[in-house]
Write a protein that binds this ligand. Structure first.
Ligand code: PMP
Length: 428
């Protein structure tokens, strides 16, 4: 694959930005080659500056459940932009999106729009502390919740790519308010709550942990989490920045039938524009300013262009059978590759939920971050490079999941599966 133009642009970018990027994992540090500068996307495909074409499984890291440059989203954005980009006032678009989301989600009664997933989580944590009057937060090893100071402790995503678990620049006094537990160990959660319950404001989890591989949890663990948080008067926060609108319109809360106290959203909710949100019962949201004492604000929050994009996106997700179809074609794609690997006894296990998949280079079931063998990522490195050479784009880290969109037709998925199988046979 020729990447002359991407290489030149990257060399230039390194003079402007740390690592040449605006977000660390984009720098291709844990894979081979230079970051590809993408200039265009349509449907399931993207094209880079060197005119290479790829079937894309990164989907801008999750937001693009309808594929690139979705016609209805683009038209709505154009319509909104034609009237101006931001007013710093309430607008009709917010109402439209708010109504659509709340009327179709049994798990939140009120929401507040923000501009990123990080902001949503940061605000949810503040809200939990404001509501309970307690300070400590329990999180799980490998769950990433954005670059919120107190949550960058044993987090996944870019951090794990760089072989670190905690960021520099986090005061010990913040980190000490965060208790970190392994996933899949309800006994340890109970022990921790027995000791610290009176100080714990909230337990936060990605109910579908998808930032350190795909660490699918047993429903019984999530149910136990719900039971224990209630018993110890702590709030349960589902961070659904990835799973929200992805594993179903009602996200993981709907998928597992579990009512958390606060839910955070991002990615899909903005249809590719910068939007996040947090929601809860009317009672809990009553603590948010200006109704209550928990302050949270944003110059561009709920801006009409982002709201119009989110509305066009959410509306399409409500089409009957949307999620069933996404799940069915994802499962067929995964099974196609898994069967191939099983026949050849390759050390590969692909886990999947909804339209998310993750390839582990290990045959056992992985539910915790510490079960992933870092050395196995060498296989990913080889696979990633080979797939780029053959027109398939995976996110540039073996710890990141793949996303399938509505634009990935069964034919495109069959073509991608053949390419992936051929790559695997070159890697193993
Ligand atoms: N929470 C989760 C579960 C995420 O996956 C992410 C981003 N990958 C975030 C929070 C942070 O979102 P953002 O990057 O939009 O700040």
């Amino acid at each position: 694959m020729k990447s002359t133009k991407s290489a030149a642009l990257y060399a230039e970018a390194k003079g402007y930005f740390p690592g040449g990027v605006s977000s660390p994992v984009r720098a291709f540090k844990s894979v081979k080659g230079v970051p590809l500068f993408i200039k265009e996307g349509k449907g399931a495909k993207v094209w880079d500056e060197d005119d290479n074409e790829f079937i894309d499984f990164c989907g801008s890291w999750g937001p693009l459940i309808l594929g690139h440059n979705n016609d209805e989203i683009r038209e709505n954005i154009y319509a909104a932009v034609a009237k101006g980009t931001s007013f710093g006032t309430p607008t009709r678009w917010e109402n439209k999106l708010g109504q659509l989301l709340l009327e179709n989600n049994r798990f939140v009664e009120k929401i507040r729009f923000v501009s990123s997933g990080t902001e949503a989580v940061m605000s949810a944590i503040r809200l939990a502390r404001g509501v309970t009057g307690k300070n400590k937060i329990i999180k799980f090893e490998g769950c990433y919740h954005g670059h919120v100071d107190s949550l960058l402790v044993k987090a996944g995503s870019g951090l794990v790519t760089f072989g670190e678990s905690t960021s520099a620049g986090i005061p010990d006094s913040f980190a000490k308010e965060t208790l970190v537990l392994p996933l899949d160990r309800p006994d340890l959660l109970e022990e921790c709550l027995r000791e610290y319950g009176e100080e714990v404001a909230a337990v936060i989890i990605e109910p579908v942990p998808a930032n350190n591989g795909l660490l699918l949890q047993q429903k019984s663990f999530l149910e136990e989490l719900r039971r224990l948080t209630k018993a110890y008067d702590c709030l349960l926060i589902f961070d659904e920045v990835i799973s929200g609108f992805r594993v179903g319109f009602e996200g993981a809360a709907g998928y597992y039938g579990i009512q958390p106290d606060i839910i955070t959203y991002g990615k899909i909710i903005g249809g590719g524009m910068p939007v996040g949100a947090y929601g809860a019962s009317a009672e809990i949201m009553g603590h948010v300013a200006p109704d209550g004492p928990v302050y949270q604000a944003g110059t561009l929050s709920g801006n009409p262009v982002a709201m119009a994009a989110g509305y066009a996106s959410a509306k399409q997700l409500l089409a009957p059978g949307f999620y069933e179809e996404m799940e069915a074609k994802t499962q067929a794609f995964v099974k196609n590759i898994q069967d191939f690997c099983d026949e050849r006894e390759y050390p590969v296990h692909i886990s999947t939920i909804g339209s998310i998949f993750w390839m582990a280079f290990d045959r056992s079931t992985i539910r915790r971050a510490d079960q992933i063998d870092a050395a196995s990522m060498e296989h990913f490195k080889a696979l990633h490079a080979d797939l780029l050479d053959h027109g398939v784009y995976l996110g540039p880290s073996g710890y990141e999941v793949g996303f399938i969109s509505a634009a990935h037709t069964p034919e495109i998925l069959a073509e991608a599966a053949e390419k992936i199988k051929a790559s695997l046979s070159r890697v193993f």
